[in-house]
Design a protein around this ligand. Structure first.
Ligand SMILES: [Zn+2]
Length: 102
């Protein structure tokens, strides 16, 4: 096993944060599904859609780690601040571009 540590190391944290985000979303989604079977609440359905969207963004972030574009804003191409990636490891846009698109 010859892992390129110097290259893998900075993204190691990102991967872990993404894994963590995904695991917790999946757990929430499962809990939501179980609740929903009992109640059929529209609000819960909305939450589920939002969570599925986040999960999709997490998957996309994993793909960006693979292709080497992780950590840059998809709109302006600037590097995303580390603090932002810590809070939102799957974010696609910097704060300025996020605001513009919202
Ligand atoms: Zn941007």
């Amino acid at each position: 096993m010859s892992l390129d540590v110097t290259r893998a190391e900075p993204l190691h944290d990102a991967r872990q944060r993404l894994e963590h985000s995904r695991t917790s979303r999946l757990a929430q989604l499962q809990a939501l599904d179980e609740t929903r079977q009992a109640t059929e609440d529209h609000l819960l359905a909305g939450q589920k859609t939002a969570m599925e969207r986040v999960l999709k963004e997490i998957e996309e972030a994993f793909a960006r780690i693979e292709d080497g574009t992780y950590g840059t804003c998809l709109a302006c191409g600037k590097p995303l601040p580390a603090e932002r990636l810590e809070i939102l490891p799957y974010t696609r846009y910097c704060v300025a571009c996020q605001r513009r698109s919202a």
